[in-house]
Design a protein around this ligand. Structure first.
Ligand SMILES: NC(=O)c1ccc[n+]([C@@H]2O[C@H](COP(=O)([O-])OP(=O)(O)OC[C@H]3O[C@@H](n4cnc5c(N)ncnc54)[C@H](OP(=O)(O)O)[C@@H]3O)[C@@H](O)[C@H]2O)c1
Length: 338
């Protein structure tokens, strides 16, 4: 890798921020200096970065002077307020929030899929929603050989995608229920412990939730397929880490499950885990803590001659957030775009 960079992490104390710190070190990202930024609540807190303790500072409009790159993993409000300031200060922003994804000059990037879009960036790059990244990653190598015409996705999404407070809510509610007490919902509209909620983000007039609609918009933008037919049902499940999705796709021409398995075995970022006879298939429990996206239950969709189905599982804090962000930064360096 080339010159070392001045790096800022906004939301350094959160789930994604802490994963960013861990992975930047693990991947030996070329860091010249690292500033850790969060809300005023965290000012003075010290976070361990390797052997070194770094004090957290409050993120504000003046936080980015001299920064080469700013990873945003805070809240949508923070991204709305501070991303323009960071970009104006000359930092390339990699934003994990949904705020800038629909802007025409902001590419949404999964490096293995549309890394070439990085050439178009004007200072701000977005990552996709955490449940969409692994799905697009798994569809792309198939799509290149046999274009996907329609996908139907049912997602089973972990609570850590809603942040640290949601993780605490599932923990507290699970204890309360097991102790025979009432579980009080704060983050979600209903109890999440021992339950499923088919509501992620607000409902839109068309009957979909905003999360489900992101699947339509973001998939089309990443794959450069504005007419791709997409439908999704997103469900919050009482899992701490790891999003799962049942994906049913219609291709342009028929393909056997074995052909698709062979394509995915060669695909970057993917591990095929598909031995139904020994109950080997991807699970959130075993995917958590891994960088790779696991794909299994590959089969022809017998309801359509060109159809196939698969089960995709990935760590939402890694490929769904921190890892994808860092891979974007690594790609920018490799392509001399920073
Ligand atoms: N979790 C995932 O799987 C995932 C995946 C993809 C994208 N994302 C996106 O990543 C972002 C962070 O998610 P998370 O799960 O890490 O959330 P989280 O655990 O709740 O952490 C939120 C972070 O934002 C900081 N923050 C809150 N208000 C702030 C303010 N006014 N100024 C500066 N910093 C502030 C918090 O700092 P304090 O500790 O000081 O409050 C904390 O560091 C969100 O935009 C989310 O949509 C998350």
């Amino acid at each position: 890798m080339s010159r070392a960079l001045s790096v800022a992490i906004v939301g350094a104390t959160g789930l994604v921020g802490r994963e960013l710190i861990r992975l930047l070190l693990q991947r030996r990202f070329p860091i010249k200096s690292l500033r850790l930024l969060a809300s005023s609540r965290s000012v003075g807190k010290k976070l361990l970065v390797g052997e070194q303790e770094i004090e957290v500072q409050e993120a504000n409009h003046n936080s980015f002077t001299g920064a080469d790159i700013a990873f945003f993993g805070a809240t949508p409000e923070v991204s709305r307020n501070l991303v323009p300031a960071a970009a104006r200060a000359g930092a390339v922003v990699i934003d994990d929030s949904p705020v800038w994804r629909t802007e025409p000059n902001v590419p949404i990037v999964v490096p293995e899929v549309n890394g070439d879009d990085l050439a178009e960036h004007r200072g701000v790059i977005a990552i996709p929603s955490s449940f969409i990244t692994p799905i697009v990653l798994a569809l792309w190598p198939i799509h290149r050989l046999n274009p996907v015409k329609r996908i139907i996705v049912d997602s089973y999404q972990a609570v850590s995608a809603t942040g640290a407070r949601a993780v605490a809510e599932l923990t507290d509610q699970s204890r309360a229920v097991l102790d025979g007490n009432k579980a009080m919902p704060h983050i979600y509209p209903h109890q999440i412990a021992f339950n499923l909620l088919p509501e992620i983000e607000v409902f839109l007039d068309n009957g979909y939730t905003k999360e489900e609609w992101k699947m339509v918009q973001e998939t089309r933008k990443i794959m450069h397929e504005p007419d791709l037919l997409v439908s999704a049902t997103c469900v919050r499940v009482p899992v701490f880490v790891g999003h799962s999705a049942a994906v049913h796709a219609e291709l342009s021409h028929p393909m056997t499950a074995e052909e698709i398995r062979d394509i995915l075995r060669e695909a970057p970022g993917i591990t095929v885990q598909d031995e139904p006879t020994i109950s080997l298939y991807p699970q959130p429990w075993t995917a958590a803590g891994h960088d790779t996206t696991f794909v299994g239950r590959l089969r022809q969709d017998l309801s359509h001659p060109n159809g196939f189905a698969m089960w995709v599982v990935s760590d939402n804090l890694r490929k769904g957030a921190a890892l994808n962000s860092i891979q974007i930064a690594e790609e920018l360096i490799a392509r001399n775009l920073i």
